[in-house]
Every structure is written in C-alpha cells, then in structure tokens.
Write a protein that binds this ligand. Structure first.
Ligand code: SF4
Length: 218
C-alpha cells in the first residue's frame, strides 16, 4: 500500500503527465517525472529529458544516464535506485536545446512541489542549467563544481558536472573534468551514507569540505 509520501508524489506525477503549460507539451512523447528513492537525503537534478528519456518516460537512461549510473556504482559505491533522479523540465526540449527561461519557470513549479514531498538534505545539481535554477545566477561548472551553497531551509546545493559533458570530455587525467566528477561522486556516496545514518547535515558538509580541499590541494 502506498504511504502518504508516495501518494503525494504520484499526485504530482499525474499532474505532470497531463500538463500543457508550456510549448514543450506539443513536441514531447512522454513526460519524465523523475524516479528513484523519494526517501533519499541526497538527490540528483539534471536539465531535461533527451531522446531516450522522451521515448521511455524515464530519466537518465541514454548514454549520459548510463555513465551517471556507472559512476554512482564505481565511485559513490551505491546504486542509482538509492537516489531520486529528476530534471528541471519534465518534457524534452527539441534537439536537446537548453530549456528557455519561460519553460523553466513553468515547469519548476512541479520540481518545487516534488522537493516539498521528498525533503532532500542535499540536492546535487548536474550541469549548468540545474545549478542556475537553484542559485538564481549563471554558473560555470568548471569553476564552481564541488561547492556547497545554501538553498531554502537547511537544504544545501552541491554542484557537479552533467554526465553528457563528461561524455564529450573523456580524459581521465588528474584535474580533468572526469577526475573532478569522480571525486565529487565519491563524496556524494559518503554524504548519502552519513545522512542516511541521520548525521547532522552541517557536520557532514564540514567533513566533506575538508576532504575536498585535501583531495584537490586547494
Ligand atoms: S515541460 Fe513542464 S511545464 Fe512544460 S509541458 Fe512539460 S511538464 Fe508542463
């Protein structure tokens, strides 16, 4: 039997499936509401669905999604189902273009409703569009990845690369984007473990910040 949290999440899902609020409704095949563990203290939010996601109705199932899944397994030592994974917009922008400001504004009412239900402690933003929404300004991920920012309440934002960027930048050398993304994912695994054990978020973030500095020599 579904609990209250699942019921509320499914009610939002139904609204997303029927949504016609922005022009992306005209070109989508399936809405992509997001999926995974709605009790997870750490969640991933990307930009929007691509072709495979639009066809299947599931987030991050194309090449970028497979890379994300692999990195979660390899570096976070977790499974993708341990996290909730969603997007800023729930319908695919044609040709995978960046969603317009108006589309983001229309759609993020759903994301905000989802976040009220999920109540994550840390939101990991994948790429610049997601980070821009949460921080309210342009973000250069190459310069600002691996950083924590305050959001509403005591919710923290942790910025990292979108896996599609890593597909285009495959060098695994030290200090390459992939190397930093692997470090971020390792720390995301630690955050997930410690927050799941109910350790206070500020304590966990302090510890992670020290590890980040130690690993990058910054
Ligand atoms: S992108 Fe969001 S706001 Fe636009 S139609 Fe899809 S669900 Fe509705």
């Amino acid at each position: 039997m579904e609990n209250i949290k699942e019921r509320d999440f499914n009610l939002i899902k139904e609204k997303i499936e029927n949504c016609q609020k922005c022009p992306l409704a005209l070109t989508r095949n399936k809405t992509v509401c997001g999926e995974g563990n709605i009790d997870s203290p750490v969640i991933f939010i990307g930009e929007g669905p691509g072709a495979e996601e639009d066809a299947s109705g599931r987030p991050f199932v194309g090449r970028a999604g497979q890379l994300l899944e692999k990195m979660i397994l390899m570096y976070a030592k977790r499974k993708r189902e341990d996290f909730f994974i969603g997007n800023i917009v729930k319908c695919r922008p044609p040709q995978n273009r960046v969603p317009s400001e108006e589309e983001v504004r229309s759609c993020t009412q759903f994301l905000e409703a989802q976040l009220l239900v999920i109540k994550p402690k840390i939101i990991v933003t994948l790429g610049a569009t997601s980070a821009r929404f949460f921080l309210g300004r342009d973000v250069q991920i190459t310069k600002e990845r691996g950083s924590f920012f305050d959001w509403y309440g005591n919710v923290k934002i942790f910025t990292t690369f979108h896996p599609s960027y890593l597909l285009r930048n495959q060098s695994k050398e030290k200090f390459s984007p992939f190397w930093y993304a692997a470090l971020d994912m390792t720390l995301i695994g630690i955050m997930h473990q410690q927050l799941s054990e109910n350790r206070p978020v500020d304590e966990v973030i302090n510890e992670i910040s020290i590890k980040l500095k130690g690993s990058t020599g910054e």
